[in-house]
Write a protein that binds this ligand. Structure first.
Ligand code: GDP
Ligand code: MN
Length: 391
């Protein structure tokens, strides 16, 4: 799960991590009041969406007077913000953060993420703050300093020192930074975060470190023990079909291709997507209907896949282990009675009672159902069906 910058900063503040003052508003009328309460010489008006790169896209603006605050808020609130992370369709801005402006001496990058190779959380720092860190990582990887932190030992002085040396900090700055970094580690582990990014972490003229930006992602499997974070969820930022799928225990991720996939088991779903690509096609989604797929989940799956108008053919690839293939075959027929599926449906059912299932589908004589012998055959058929419709 992702949260907004202003929410991540609330969490930071609870852990004593310095942030600038700020107030989130949803209405233009509240702009002046918010700025007045915050005070200071200037303000930063920031679009709150679950994507970075807002500055370049026109979602971060500066204001020196209350009139300017109002003007900049009116420009950002309700805008469709396109950044390199939103995709070309962009995101509608419904919340704006009015923050007190900070004078910057130097910008850094500081982040934490779980490194699956070392099986440890890693803290990363760089002097190249404020830039796209992905570009720094690919062009000048030596400019990113990393420390692996053994969770059994926790964050130690030597971790902080290694990062601080790499960042070229003075002795005094190092002391302030160490405190900041160790609190950041506490936030990361206490809240079961999977990623924290502070880009930029800034050094002010008084040699204080302030998190000027904040991005936090959480491990969904640990959310049950963080009701405070669950409350921060903003459904406006999530794909509506993904939310609906979750309600029915389906795990669905929308993609940009035109071959709909309905598969049971995440591993099989992944290999199905791979083989579709291998055959020259493009998956429209990832959909795992779960190990115990039933007629109802199959029907719901069709409904969700068909909401995506790009889908030109569907590949149903189910392995009958816990479920029996004949039940799924009947489920597919029942589902297609309930929901009109006008596009080709390539079905590969393997495992328990697969022969019985093939017979059920053949006897049904449904025009748009195409039987596949195996995974490769199914992928070939569905890709040609999808491209055939396009022609
Ligand atoms: P992002 O573009 O989505 O990453 O949004 P950021 O919060 O990182 O803001 C973009 C840029 O605006 C930062 O890299 C800073 O250079 C600048 N910026 C943001 N807040 C302030 C501020 O209070 N003072 C100054 N001087 N610059 C700021
Ligand atoms: Mn940023």
């Amino acid at each position: 799960m992702n949260i907004h910058e202003y929410q991540a900063k609330q969490i930071f503040a609870d852990y004593g991590l310095p942030i600038q003052n700020g107030i989130m508003i949803r209405k233009l009328e509240d702009a002046r009041d918010a700025a007045r309460k915050i005070g200071g010489d200037f303000w930063v008006i920031k679009a709150q969406i679950h994507a970075g790169g807002r500055g370049k896209g026109g979602g971060v603006k500066f204001a020196k007077t209350l009139d300017e605050v109002e003007k900049k808020v009116s420009e950002i609130l309700g805008m469709n913000l396109v950044t390199h992370q939103t995709g070309p369709s962009g995101k509608l801005v419904k919340r704006v953060y009015v923050a007190g402006g900070v004078d910057i001496k130097k910008e850094y990058y500081l982040g934490m993420v779980l490194d699956r190779t070392s099986e440890m959380p890693v803290m990363m720092a760089s002097t190249e703050g404020g830039m796209e860190i992905e570009k720094v990582a690919s062009r000048t990887p030596e400019k990113i300093i990393k420390v692996e932190i053994d969770p059994l030992i926790g964050f130690q002085g030597f971790h902080a020192r290694k990062l601080a040396f790499g960042m070229g900090l003075s002795k005094d700055q190092m002391r302030t930074f160490s405190k900041f970094a160790s609190s950041l580690y506490r936030v990361y582990s206490d809240k079961d975060a999977s990623l924290i990014e502070i880009n930029p972490l800034v050094l002010t003229n008084n040699d204080e470190f302030i998190a000027l930006d904040a991005k936090m992602n959480f491990d969904d499997n640990a959310l049950f023990r963080h009701s405070d974070i669950q409350k921060m969820r903003d459904l406006d930022e999530e794909e509506p079909t993904e939310i609906e799928a979750k309600k029915y225990g389906l795990s669905y991720v929308k993609l940009d291709g035109n071959v709909g996939c309905m598969v049971n088991g995440a591993g099989l779903a992944m290999s199905t997507m791979d083989i579709i690509k291998h055959e020259g096609g493009d998956p429209a989604n990832f959909l795992d209907v779960g190990g115990t797929a039933s007629a109802e989940t199959v029907a719901k799956g069709f409904e969700i896949i068909l909401k995506d108008k790009n889908v030109k053919a569907i590949f149903v690839n189910i392995f009958g282990g816990i479920v029996r293939c004949d039940r799924i075959a009947n489920g597919i027929l029942e589902a297609t009675k309930k929901i009109e599926v006008k596009i080709p449906l390539v079905v590969r059912l393997d495992g328990t009672n697969s022969k019985k299932a093939a017979k059920i589908l053949q006897n049904a004589k449904t025009e748009n159902i195409i039987n596949a012998d195996d995974l490769a055959d199914g992928a070939k058929k569905v890709v040609s069906a999808a491209t055939g419709v396009l022609k």
